[in-house]
Each structure stands twice: as structure tokens, then as C-alpha cells.
Design a protein around this ligand. Structure first.
Ligand SMILES: [Zn+2]
Ligand SMILES: [Zn+2]
Length: 172
């Protein structure tokens, strides 16, 4: 959805819309949209600056970085940013010092799809986990460790470590 800066009504513009994205456009590998991204946006023009406030709600499927099992990741986030025309670079340095979320727009247009997608990508965790205490996969049997339970983990240490220990013994 492209917004024409010069056609923004003086009193601002409210938009409620479902945005459909391709899952491949997400920075998170293996992430899949379970529903469209529902966004509520308010755009307001002040001089050449366009303020965009918004809320995004959606559900994604992520793959746990420890146990590799897909899990549902709900997103309900809000953002507040200001868009400046790209020609506006005179004041760039001044703006950099300010603690605001800013964006530049080109050719008097703002692509809301890009804005929403970027804001979505910003909400992702660096390492998605199905739960904070996910134990991941047992290095011995390759099964998912549930409730800290895996017979191999309890009985012996990591076989790779054992091998290393033997190796160190041999060297002596
Ligand atoms: Zn997990
Ligand atoms: Zn095991």
C-alpha cells in the first residue's frame, strides 16, 4: 500500500488493514505467517515530516533454535516513527542525536508494506525458543529432552567429551 504524501489529508489518516506478506520476506529463517498481519495506523503530516503510529498484530510460526520444533509466536507490538523526505539531509546529523525512530521517504511516497514488514522484523528475538527452559536435543540419542529427562544425559557425560578425555590420556 503506497501513501502519496501530497494527498494526505490535513487532519491525518487512519488505516486499518490486513497486510499479506510472503514468509520468505521475513528475516527469521523458517518463519511462517499463520495469519495476515493486522495493522492499525495513524499517519499525520507536519510540514514535510510524516508521523506514523501503529499497532501490528499477527501470529507466526517460528522454529525453536534449540529443539528445532516449530512453535507459535504471537506478535502484538506498537511503534512510533517519523518519516522525512530523503532530500532532507541538511538536518540529518541533528536528527541522529535525537532518540526517535526515523525513516526516509523517496519521491513523495511511503510504502506502508515496507514499513510494516520492517517493524515486524524488528520484533523478532535473536534466538527464537519454544520456551525459555527448552533443553534442546540430546547430543547422544538425538531426541528432544523433555522435562530435563533423557536417560543418556543422566547416566553418562557427552561421548564427545569422553573421547577427548581418552585422547588426552593417550597423549600423556
Ligand atoms: Zn525448543
Ligand atoms: Zn538422549
Amino acid at each position: 500500500m503506497i501513501i502519496d504524501i501530497d494527498r494526505l489529508p490535513r487532519k491525518g489518516l487512519k488505516i486499518r488493514k490486513d497486510f499479506e506478506f510472503l514468509s520468505v520476506d521475513l528475516i527469521e529463517e523458517n518463519a511462517v505467517f499463520l495469519e495476515p498481519a493486522h495493522a492499525e495506523l495513524t499517519l499525520k503530516k507536519v510540514g514535510e515530516e510524516i508521523g506514523i503510529k501503529g499497532k501490528i498484530k499477527t501470529r507466526l510460526s517460528f522454529t525453536c533454535s534449540r529443539c528445532l520444533v516449530p512453535f507459535e509466536f504471537p506478535i502484538d507490538s506498537s511503534f512510533d516513527l517519523v518519516c522525512f523526505p530523503v532530500e532532507f539531509d541538511v538536518a540529518k546529523e541533528e536528527l541522529d542525536s535525537e532518540d526517535i525512530n526515523k525513516l526516509f521517504y523517496y519521491s513523495r511516497k511511503i510504502d506502508l508494506n515496507e514499513v510494516i514488514l520492517e517493524q515486524l522484523n524488528l520484533t523478532f528475538p535473536i534466538k527464537p525458543l519454544c520456551s525459555e527452559d527448552c533443553q534442546g536435543i540430546c547430543p547422544v540419542c538425538g531426541k528432544i529432552i523433555k522435562n530435563g529427562e533423557c536417560s543418556c544425559v543422566r547416566n553418562d557425560s557427552d561421548p564427545r567429551l569422553e573421547k577427548l578425555k581418552m585422547f588426552i590420556k593417550d597423549k600423556r
